[in-house]
Design a protein around this ligand. Structure first.
Ligand SMILES: [Zn+2]
Length: 216
């Protein structure tokens, strides 16, 4: 996977410093799982919190951690309670990072022609909503603006807009100044993880008709 579009440094810095909310954190962590370059940048920044590490691939263990793990395994084997195995959520979504599999699952719902949305319910309140967006090949997203920011992580498929082509691993940041005219140019569905604050404003007659339907 070659990543061409990355979050801006200020966002990676805010992530490393732990000053962004959970919804934004999930979007940046999703990008980091697939982007060694940005993982390196974040590691180089100080104050990397434990939650960040939990979202990243395993690294070298610290002194004593093996013994601690062994102790926990010993304790676990002494208990007679059966191990509860729950299915991983979103297991049907290609390209979704493993850490999201522990969140509550949800189902796709229609929001516009050829476009489906699947909410990701965060374990704690966040000003930023997170959801998956699935668009069929050839879909042109309705022209829109937003009142807040919008972070998009491509999981599978691809789209193009004035800023270039965005494929798996790519990160796109939109804000109120951007008028997106997006076209899905992949052969298969394009699935993105989106973290969004504020409202999406659809332009045009069709947009105004659909507006009540896309409230989340
Ligand atoms: Zn990156």
């Amino acid at each position: 996977m070659t990543v061409h579009h990355h979050p801006p440094d200020e966002l990676l810095g805010a992530f490393a410093a732990g000053t962004i909310d959970l919804g934004q954190h999930v979007a940046i962590a999703t990008h980091l799982v697939g982007c060694a370059k940005c993982r390196g940048a974040v590691r180089a920044m100080e104050h990397v919190g434990g939650a960040v590490l939990a979202a990243l691939p395993p690294s070298a263990m610290s002194d004593g951690s093996f013994e601690a793990l062994q102790r926990r395994l010993d304790e676990a084997s002494e208990t007679s309670a059966p191990v509860q195995r729950r299915g991983r959520a979103f297991s049907d979504v290609p390209g979704l990072p493993d850490f999201l599999g522990s969140y509550p699952d949800s189902s796709w719902r229609w929001i516009a022609p050829k476009v489906h949305l699947r909410p990701i319910r965060l374990p704690e309140p966040s000003a930023t909503r997170v959801f998956l967006l699935k668009s069929s090949p050839g879909t042109r997203m309705i022209e829109h603006t937003h009142t807040g920011f919008e972070m998009t992580c491509v999981l599978s498929g691809s789209f193009v807009h004035a800023g270039g082509q965005f494929g798996p691993g790519d990160f796109d940041l939109g804000d109120g100044s951007v008028d997106h005219d997006i076209r899905i140019d992949s052969v298969d569905d394009c699935i993105c993880l989106v973290a969004m604050q504020g409202d999406l404003k659809l332009n045009g007659v069709l947009g105004r008709l659909l507006q009540p339907l896309i409230r989340m």
